[in-house]
Ligand binder design. Structure first.
Ligand code: PLP
Ligand code: COI
Length: 336
């Protein structure tokens, strides 16, 4: 297979229009058969529920070329079930989980030429999403929906690649108790845009949100969960208002089963972040991005950056994803 002629090593995290995408429409109470299309643009009513009331949710996963030349993706079944949770919370019809995985596979296969080669540092980011598409003016759910999957080749999420990030404790909140922080609703990201632009203007890479009820414990950033390391222990915040990151859940397993680390998933208090030696952001886009500094209103907490613990976790997780290390049963979906 001939790959696209792209400077894979210098890709940022940007949209590049690829050849094919998957589309299925929901109408009269049922999803249609769905198909691949080359049409990247969408035409819909000016009053579509997604445009008026942000009735949309999405997922993010990646496809990789492994060391032995296969194209694979990582735990797509977990994205399928998380999207089902998001859909239920937003009163949208669930796109069947087996069909979700099949749509991801078909879309990646149809764009195989866009999958970055092994060792290039780039990956193919896969973005399933769905939205309410018919005209809705009173506040209520749509009756028609579209589910789509597109792919785009990407490099590192944070400018500077593996350079440790600098983050700040945010004054604004991301998620309310009993709100939508635990699902991947577009609205969670719309409301973070003001804050991320402000953070960048002030020289920070991301915002660290604390719980909005008590403002005493650490939640996550706008686009990734957080991990901390002290000695041989991996600590990660437990909260009902953060996104259940598939990367974080995988890292907890990898730390315990592959690296013999202790793992703690528990509330992490702002008052204890100075006790940790290493810290990082984890997610599909972020992979594991080491944190250099957390700035809490002028109090600077400094971490080891790519320290031994973060490095081991990074090497093991990416080793599993790229086929260098044997994966736990069911983690790797071979596409071709
Ligand atoms: N938290 C937020 C708010 C995110 O947007 C993401 C990205 O998907 C994550 C965490 C990481 O989740 P995952 O590891 O499933 O990509
Ligand atoms: C992902 O990691 O897949 C996300 O959705 C995060 C987003 C901020 C790009």
């Amino acid at each position: 297979m001939e790959r696209k002629n792209i400077d894979w090593g210098n890709l940022g995290f940007n949209y590049v229009q690829t050849d094919m995408r998957y589309v299925s429409n929901f109408k009269n109470g049922a999803w249609d058969d769905g198909c691949l299309t080359d049409q990247a643009n969408i035409t819909m009513s000016e009053c579509a529920c997604v445009l008026q009331y942000a009735q949309t949710c999405f997922e993010g996963l990646k496809a990789y070329t492994t060391e032995n030349g296969h194209i694979v993706c990582f735990r797509p079944d977990l994205n399928a079930s998380r999207m089902a949770d998001s859909a239920r919370r937003l009163k949208m019809p669930v796109f069947p989980e087996d069909r979700f995985v099949e749509a991801v596979v078909e879309t990646v296969r149809a764009n195989a030429q866009w999958v970055p080669p092994y060792g290039s540092g780039a990956t193919l980011y896969v973005r399933p999403f769905m939205f309410g598409s018919d005209a809705i003016i009173g506040v209520k759910p749509a009756t028609e929906y579209q589910f789509r999957v597109f792919v785009t080749p990407v490099g590192p999420y944070f400018k500077g690649g593996a350079k440790p990030v600098t983050v700040r404790i945010s004054d604004l909140d991301r998620a309310a108790p009993r709100g939508t922080g635990h699902v991947k609703a577009g609205l969670n990201y719309a409301m973070s845009l003001y804050n991320i632009v402000d953070a960048h203007e002030q020289g920070y890479d991301e915002n660290v949100y604390v719980d909005s009820a008590t403002r005493t414990h650490i939640e996550e950033t706008g686009g990734a969960n957080i991990i901390f390391i002290k000695g041989n222990t991996l600590v990660t915040p437990k909260s009902d208002t953060i996104l259940p990151s598939i990367t974080r859940r995988s890292l907890l397993y990898v730390a315990k089963e592959y690296l013999n680390m202790e793992v703690e998933e528990r509330p992490v208090f702002l008052s204890e972040i100075g006790d940790f030696e290493e810290a990082g952001l984890c997610g599909t886009a972020a992979v594991i991005s080491p944190i250099g500094t957390i700035d809490d209103h002028g109090t600077l907490y400094r971490y080891a950056g790519m320290g031994d613990g973060i490095q081991k976790l990074y090497d093991t997780l990416t080793g599993i994803q790229m086929g260098r290390i044997e994966a736990p049963e069911g983690w790797i979906k071979v596409i071709e």
